[in-house]
Write a protein that binds this ligand. Sequence first.
Ligand code: NDP
Length: 448
Amino acid sequence: MALKNAYLIDLMNRVEARNPNDKQFLITVRSVLESIEPVVEKHPEYVKAGVLELFVEQERVIKFRVPWIDDAGNVHVNRGYRVQGNSAIGPYKGGLRLHPSVTEDTVKFLAFEQTLKNSLTGLPIGGGKGGSDFDPKGKSDFEVMRFCQSFMTELYKYIGADVDVPAGDIGVGAREIGYLYGQYKRITGLYEGVLTGKGLSYGGSLVRTQATGYGLCYFTEEMLNAAGKSFKGQTVVVSGAGNVAIYANEKATQLGAKVVAMCDSNGYIYDKNGIDLACVKQIKEVRRGRIKEYIDVHPEAEYHEGCSGIWTIPCDIALPCATQNELSLESCKALVANGCYCVSEGANMPTVIEGIEYLQSKGVLFGPAKAANAGGVATSALEMSQNSERLSWTAEEVDAKLKGIMVNIYHNVESAAKEYGMEGNFEAGANIAGFLKVANAMYAQGVV
Ligand code: NDP
């Protein structure tokens, strides 16, 4: 697809001139503008009111220094970010990522995507994202604590339960959220729902840990059902071995599938008998080890160095749940050649644009991240509701709400694609349905 609308072409040129170094952000904005072209043509009032101009400019980009001291007494300085993307439909909401690859571009593109994703959940949450180039891998608990305390000492100025509510993402799990929350409370004296993904003893929600992976499978099952298929009896490849991947594996298995492969950033395991998930949890959640340790327990399984080979394993359904751009065009071709008919994204932007176009051209059912992995943020919003009420819901209540939200997202995305002449293109449908709600709110609120 290429932009045809003269106004959008001009707008995109201006976005490029203003953000010359933000490659991933530019790719994302262009791809969203391409999808919403028919919406813009149907709603000239949005153009007149400057809604698109406002939509492509993030409300606030906060960048700060994060100094901390390691166990040996050495000083380190990392860079922290919080991008407050769009607050038209609610307080900014989105994860914090701790990974050496994090740059301003990473956080900007993720915040932009998050705005649309959060809108799709149907819940009152705006879009944001944050993080740092700090690498928690190989650090002691005290080092991670000192980093998190330093990070929050700056971040607390910009967040709050009704302002901006960060959550976890890559490298930020229960441990990091705990340290961040402790420091926020210490500085502000407020016991409020300012972060989600908290521990159950201090305001966390049941099912939040499982939510992104479970939600991915609820969305995918609905998409499969509409095509007369289901997870039952299918062979599945799940990339990653982190929070999303583990619970995607768990739910896909509960729905009757056999998950045969998983990976971490070093390599992948292939177990034709079906991955022993308890073993993966022990390695990854308990010991924070490497996925190759799996073959110490299961010598009949295979371990291969490098990650891209995971997509050469024959499967019916592929669930990329590791990181962005992990699924290249070549990998998409390998999947299709081996009979894969469904790719549904648990990670954010794991499939390169040319890969998505290739999959769609081959009739592969494609569940785009902003719809398929919205279960995590949706459950975070349910955690916010519980914090506001000072109540905790049961696991069954949260899971039922999560399932309802994911099924609704599928139907909204499917019908938006159909209404705008792109039936079956759930990527376009997600962009359109997500944009419409935000655009209506921005239009109503004026030039702010
Ligand atoms: P985790 O840090 O828990 O897990 C990430 C997993 O991916 C790890 O196993 C990691 O391996 C692996 N990985 C990282 N980089 C690569 C790579 N280049 N190649 C192969 N494997 C890699 O993160 P999450 O599970 O929380 O997040 C995964 C994805 O899902 C991200 O894109 C995130 O933005 C997205 N997401 C997460 C949500 C959540 O609720 N957690 C919500 C919505 C989206 P290693 O251990 O070696 O680093």
